[in-house]
Design a protein around this ligand. Structure first.
Ligand code: ADP
Ligand code: MG
Length: 609
């Protein structure tokens, strides 16, 4: 029997392992199963190049619990190790740069990272074990060996026999603090988390727990729509079927495969982030892909697999990695191309899905310049008259003649709430304008940003002014009132104790409303954004509402009111007209609303007198 001390440059790795790996102990299973996968794949490779000529047999990994002996054993029938190899790969732990690394991460909980950094995968077994045994027989003609270590730097190494022949058993004698790892369900959960899609069969309690050929590892041409949908079900058993998907597949300048699914979004509050899992050669790494996938694509679901991202990723690592940057822009490009393709090949279908797609698309166009360039072509605006959509170019073309203002800017008229803004929409449509619906959560910020990116385009909400002034201010104020009538009417409106309301007399068509309340675009937008918590916007939130009241002097009702001999009645009637206009804009609340109701009742009484 050979005895020796594990050679590491730092005097002892075990205290380090224990110190750094306090949390997240479960990853030892991932490390050991991954080693078993590696050993199996290596054997397959040797067989395929003719270096291994024996029988491969059924290659599989077995995970076994023995509660009586308090052991957890992970076995494979891969390449195995000779005594020399155990000495080389297990005993001589490469630990260069340890001091430096420890200094850097002092006080941080970077345990998982430290393991990967030093290739301490196997040693993670000591996080949960008093004693670890390795029983291994090489695929080469060499005796089986048994290695044992109790967590001190001393180990023993001796010849033995391995009943199963070629392969390796890692036997962990689970320590007292780690008894959770002697629980069947706990182990099952961990295996399902890390090993669900490993390329070598993993058996636990007589069942194979993994799918060795998940859809993303296959060629798109081998997969049917049903295959993609079934795989989605495998990933998210309780979710509604996805809208569509993108199969990622690159091998240069980095390796990346995966499938990203577009979920159906009915309500924006249903959005679930953190539904993309990162794998490295089919080994689960993390659900936190923030640094790999651009933020606007975090709404997608699915899997990405890249061997170029090490198993033990840490945030600080990912942020600095050039491959990660490339992966991120590759994914962005693929998503943009897919949307573009869908738009061109099946516009109708694209429009039907726009409610869900639009959210990603707009978010993406706001945060990513490249994505915006492509998005400008497939972004569509929905007319308030449902089921008509325009691209930006189409809208511009169709409205250029009448919706271009004096500054040569094209005015896109929009409604955020077509039901509430109906009277304004009707007025705008009567002038031949096209009004689009921009009512989603991102729209306010979206249109704000696009005004800075799109040349000569301006968004104006349909209630920002009376229809005559929506494109350009119409200075014509002629109307049918006599000078005397005008003076009296103005005086009546000035009696209204509303602050921050600007009253203007205009001669609109007799069919238009007698009073129209509008809210200038700029201030309204700023206040809307302040209301949803835009940074640096709170100043606007405290500003009073800016309201314009346009009095349509051509409306016949004024002729009638001005004939009235009773001053008080006149005032009440005017006040009511103003309140009705405010009410239609949802701007009449509280005591003002109560006063309106009371006054209305009074007026009815006076009428019948
Ligand atoms: P890494 O996997 O990063 O090389 P590990 O500490 O996980 O580091 O493993 C160290 C080495 O031990 C492996 O590279 C491999 O040579 C050997 N080894 C570990 N487990 C097995 C196994 N089940 N079969 C054969 N060799 C193994
Ligand atoms: Mg390893």
């Amino acid at each position: 029997m050979q005895k020796g001390a594990i050679r590491v440059q730092t005097e002892n790795i075990f205290p380090i392992i224990k110190k750094f790996l306090y949390s997240d102990h479960e990853i030892f299973i991932r490390e050991l199963v991954s080693n078993a996968v590696d050993a199996t794949q290596k054997l397959k490779t040797l067989a395929s190049v003719g270096e291994f000529k024996g029988e491969l047999g059924e290659l599989a990994i077995t995970v076994k619990l023995d509660k009586g002996k308090k052991t957890l054993t992970i076995s494979d029938n891969g390449i195995g190790m000779t005594a020399e190899e155990v000495d080389k790969y297990i005993n001589q732990v490469a630990f260069s740069g340890a001091e430096e690394f420890l200094d850097k991460y002092k006080g941080q909980n970077e345990g998982t990272n430290i393991i990967g950094h030093f290739g301490l995968g196997f040693y993670s077994s000591f996080m949960v074990s008093n004693v670890v045994e390795i029983i291994t027989q090489s695929h080469k003609d060499a005796p089986a060996v048994r290695w044992e270590c109790d967590g001190s730097p001393e180990y023993t190494l001796e010849e033995t026999t391995r009943e199963a022949g070629r392969g390796t058993d890692i036997i962990m004698h689970i320590n007292e603090e780690s008894e959770e790892f002697l629980d069947e369900h706990r182990i099952k959960t961990i295996l399902e988390k890390f090993c669900k899609f490993l390329p070598v069969p993993v058996k636990y309690e007589d069942n194979q727990i993994n799918n060795t050929h998940p859809a993303w590892t296959k060629k798109p041409s081998e997969l049917t729509t049903e295959d993609y949908q079934n795989f989605y079900k495998e990933l998210y058993p309780f979710s509604e079927p996805p809208l569509f998907w993108i199969h990622l597949n690159v091998d240069y300048p980095f390796n990346l495969t995966g499938i990203l699914y577009f979920p159906k979004i009915n309500k924006s509050y249903e959005i679930q982030k953190d539904k993309i899992s990162l794998y490295s050669n089919q080994v689960f790494v993390t659900d936190e892909v923030k640094d790999i996938v651009p933020e606007f694509l975090m709404l997608l679901h699915g899997v990405i697999d890249s061997p170029d991202i090490p198993l033990n990723v840490s945030r600080s690592y990912l942020q600095g990695d050039p491959n990660v940057k490339k992966i991120s822009s590759y994914i962005t490009k693929k998503v943009a191309d897919k949307l573009d393709e869908m738009f061109r090949n099946d516009r109708k279908g694209f429009e039907e899905k726009w409610e869900s797609i639009g959210l990603f698309a707009k978010y993406g166009m706001m945060t990513d310049d490249k994505f915006r360039e492509k998005g400008n072509k497939f972004l569509i605006l929905e007319d308030v008259d449902a089921s008509k959509f325009y691209t930006l170019d189409e809208y511009k073309q169709e409205t250029a003649a009448i919706q271009t203002n004096k500054e040569e800017k094209q005015v896109i008229l929009y409604a955020t709430n077509p039901v509430q803004q109906d009277s304004y929409i009707t007025a705008a449509k009567a002038k031949g304008y096209k009004v689009v619906k921009l009512d989603s959560l991102v729209d306010a910020a979206f249109l704000n940003q696009m005004e800075t990116h799109w040349e000569k385009v301006q968004f104006t909400r349909v209630d920002a002014d009376i229809a005559d002034n929506l494109i350009d201010k119409d200075e014509n104020t002629t109307h049918v009132l006599t000078e005397d009538q005008e003076t009296r009417l103005k005086a009546l409106f000035e009696k209204i104790p509303q602050q921050h309301v600007k009253v203007e007399l205009k001669g609109l068509s007799a069919a238009s409303q007698p009073v129209i309340v509008t809210r200038p675009e700029f201030m309204r937008r700023m206040k809307d954004m302040a209301a949803v918590g835009g940074s640096g916007m709170s100043w606007y939130a405290n500003m009073p509402d800016e309201i314009n009241m346009t009095v349509n002097a051509n409306h016949p009702i004024y002729q009638q009111i001005l004939k009235e001999g009773n001053d008080q009645l006149q005032e009440k009637q005017i006040r009511n007209l103003a309140d009705l206009a405010l009410l239609s804009q949802n701007l009449l609340t509280g005591a003002d609303l109560t006063a309106f109701v009371t006054r209305s009742v009074e007026l009815m009484g006076e009428k019948s007198n």
